[in-house]
Design a protein around this ligand. Sequence first.
Ligand code: PLP
Length: 384
Amino acid sequence: MIYLDHNATTPVDPAVADKMYAFLKEYFGNPSSLYPIGRKVKELLNEARERVAEGLGAERGEIYFTGSGTEADNFAIFGIVNAFPERNELIISAIEHPAIIESAKYLENKNVKVTYLPVDSYGTVDLDSLRDALTVRTALVSVMHASNEIGTIQPIEKIAAIAHERGALVHTDAVQSFGKIDVDVRKLGVDLLTVSAHKIYGPKGVGALFVKKGTSIHPYLHGGHQERRMRAGTENTSGIVGFGEAVRVLKERGKKDRPRIEGLAEALKKGIEERIPRVHFNGHPTNRVKSTVNFAFPGLEAEAILLSLATKEIYVSTGSACSEESEEVSHVLTAIGLRPEIARSSIRMSLGRSNTEEDVATVLRVLPEIIDKLRKITAFNPVD
Ligand code: PLP
């Protein structure tokens, strides 16, 4: 198998699996219990919190664990909008993950004014549009750090500075940047930031929201005292422990992995451009998470390419995992100006730790053959 869909999810690192297994066998206590077996679990959760905080350049008390990246995004949006009822405006980019877009749409029906910032053909947010949209009533600006579909990295530091000048808070969804580029909450200058464990070789079903000390935010889930009353519900203890371990492994090997994975992805990108005529690269040529490579193959349907590759045990994606099962054209590819038929011809390859030079060589042998074959049997003749 050649797995080229690390933006959808990553395999659990063996060290993470070992840590979780050992934890599950030994520690069943409820972290809210006051006797030793509960206290011990609480201690292990705080160790994991410390690691996640360290990985983001934050303090332990600024990290709130959630049930997913999606939940952390929802917590940020609803938590801030509810905390500032006098500010009923929200600004997001047009290429956010559905966890943000759908939350914003929900609020639009509840009389919150939402501005969707446009992006250029590389997927970079337009800062002038941000300046124009900001008012004294803007509660929050939420722009993702890196795109899950095309990898483009946003100028978050600039966005934060511009938004703060008008008194708005700033959230960034760093689910796709954490582990792939440096993520430091202080350098970025954000008030809130989302991460998710399963994108960094940790378990599924656990995320975290960084909330800068002193930020007013409303609780997300109501009930018990967990997560300092911000997110009620008994914690996903093994998941959180696994998350902490995944961040530790990232610290240990991230610096070495990154150039290797980026080198493989660049070789893949270059190889496709050299071997396959009439392809269109989607995303920023340089300012992007390099492990993400998204190409349009005008005239073809992405599903046909995906399924042909799957018969060779090469797994890619037609966009984000969330939109894969829907018929809709990717809102990200539409926002960068692609015509629907070009967007529908696009596949995303996202590389990670398991990939090798041999994988790239195999894809560069198989993919041109598949494209050639599909083009021959496709009646539609592309104009470009
Ligand atoms: N935000 C981005 C940018 C993502 O890519 C994803 C997952 O695909 C999420 C949020 C949601 O994270 P989770 O799968 O943990 O809910």
